[in-house]
Design a protein around this ligand. Structure first.
Ligand code: FAD
Length: 418
């Protein structure tokens, strides 16, 4: 059963109905859950796709968006008022799931996470009550929905802090042949050591249509003018990319740059990755070789992509780990292995291959942290990139009752999320 809700009362009634009928309940925002948590087999889905209204208070610089809005709705409406806020890097992603799980975006280096810019929310609770939550109203609920929010109620509306945003920014892809891999990673590692709140980069390994081999694609972003951007990324330009399509574009288009690589359809599976910068060059090469071997030899999987985010975390770390329920706040960086294929017969084989590759990232992180008693940081696995069962690296040390023998043998911990 699917309810196409149009207001908070609809949602409240539906939540009560699900409770009274004792049936499974799922909420669908933008529908991009990598764990399938916005679907229900046999239960009730409250679909928020008719609740996408966004309004802006240009004086208070706030952006109010209904819980079913997509980032495109927020980006475009805010841009019409010369504003922006931190949002997802693919603009057909929903604000609901992305916000409630934390939220990283191109502006995170400057403004932190999406939740760090959340001022308040209107929620329908499990008993059907409709409440406002903020730092001063229902503060415990506000703590919980910032990072662990998918199960504390239905977010009917979010209010975000907006910021004045220059219209034109520098962004786009630079494509390199694989022999440049180590040099490119060296430059990206170096950018993190000389941080600039206006800059960010995402590095992807994927196969362009018809190409014999995978390529290394770096999407660069600079929240400023072309001259400063070119200076910032001069190390990358010096490596002579095969394609250099970065240019000045409206900020509202930045979150469309990766839309094509994230189209709907096909059989998809996501594996969250994590690494502690600097990314080790030998490790990067071994991962690239595994990707090349698979994508070059398995035509069904050729559309898959491995993405690593080179985001400056200093602003995100200004908020204490315990100030919100967001467990991933730390110095580790995130990535995604996105499998894309068509043949259901390949499900088990490809997913196992992806899990094995994910495990290499876990082992690499464990190795980097060997000998450290505690890093005092959050969980490296970002919940919004996690499947229901996720491999969580060892820091912080978990409650040992969460371990079971198989995972102990592997040196990893498998926790059931959501
Ligand atoms: C192509 C792609 C790009 C992505 N890019 C980014 C990125 O740049 N930054 C980032 O941080 N993450 C990113 N993600 C991960 C993203 O944050 C999660 O997939 C997120 O859950 C998507 O939210 P959604 O509303 O689209 O998904 P849905 O599948 O609709 O929902 C995901 C979860 O949130 C719950 N939910 C959704 N809306 C509400 C609501 N209003 N109230 C209560 N619960 C709700 C659902 O029940 C479900 O449990 C990306 C994912 C994809 C697939």
């Amino acid at each position: 059963m699917v309810l196409l809700a149009t207001n908070a009362d609809d949602i409240s009634k539906a939540v009560r109905f699900a409770q009274d009928s004792n049936i499974d309940l799922a909420i669908r925002g933008g529908g991009h859950s990598v764990a399938g948590t916005s679907s229900s087999d046999g239960g009730l889905v409250i679909d928020l796709s008719r609740m996408r209204k966004v309004t802006v208070d240009p004086v208070g610089k706030t952006i109010t968006a209904q819980g079913g809005a997509l980032w495109a709705d927020v980006d475009l409406t805010a841009a019409a008022h010369g504003l922006a806020t931190v949002g997802g890097t693919v603009n057909h992603t929903g604000i609901g799931g992305l916000t409630l799980g934390g939220g990283y975006g191109w502006l995170s280096a400057k403004y932190g996470l999406v939740i760090d810019n959340l001022i308040s929310a209107k929620m329908v609770l499990a008993d059907g009550r409709i409440v406002n939550t903020s730092a001063t109203e229902e503060p415990d609920l506000f703590w919980a929905i910032r990072g662990a929010g998918h199960n504390f109620g239905v977010a009917v509306e979010f209010v975000y802090q907006g910021y004045e945003q220059v219209n034109q920014v520098y962004a786009g892809p630079l494509v390199f042949s694989m022999d440049k891999l180590e040099s490119v990673i060296e430059v990206l590692n170096a950018t993190l050591q000389t941080p600039d709140e206006n800059s960010a980069a995402i590095c992807a390994l994927s196969k362009r249509p018809g190409a014999p081999d995978i390529s290394l694609i770096v999407i660069v972003f600079y929240n400023g003018n072309e001259e400063d951007a070119k200076r910032r990324f001069e190390g990358l330009f010096a490596l002579k990319p095969e394609v250099a399509d970065a240019k000045m574009i409206p900020y509202s288009e930045v979150n469309t740059l990766m839309n094509a690589a994230a189209v709907h359809g096909g059989r998809r599976s996501f594996k969250g990755l994590f690494f502690s910068p600097p990314l080790r060059l030998d490790f990067a090469r071994s991962i690239a070789s595994i990707m090349a071997q698979k994508l070059n030899n398995e035509p069904d999987m050729a559309g898959s992509v491995l993405v690593l985010e080179f985001f400056d975390m200093r602003k995100t770390l200004e908020v204490k780990l315990t100030d919100t329920a967001f467990a991933n706040r730390g110095t580790t960086l995130n990535g995604i292995l996105s499998l894309r294929y068509e043949d259901p017969a390949n499900d088990a084989k490809y997913r196992q291959w992806a899990r094995d590759l994910q495990m290499l990232f876990k082992q690499e992180l464990d190795e980097a942290r060997k000998g450290l008693e505690s890093c005092g940081e959050g969980v490296p696995q970002y919940i919004n990139y996690a499947e229901r069962k996720s491999i969580i690296p060892l820091f912080p040390l978990p409650n040992t009752s969460q371990l079971h023998n198989k995972e102990k043998r592997q040196g990893g911990i498998e926790l059931t999320l959501l």
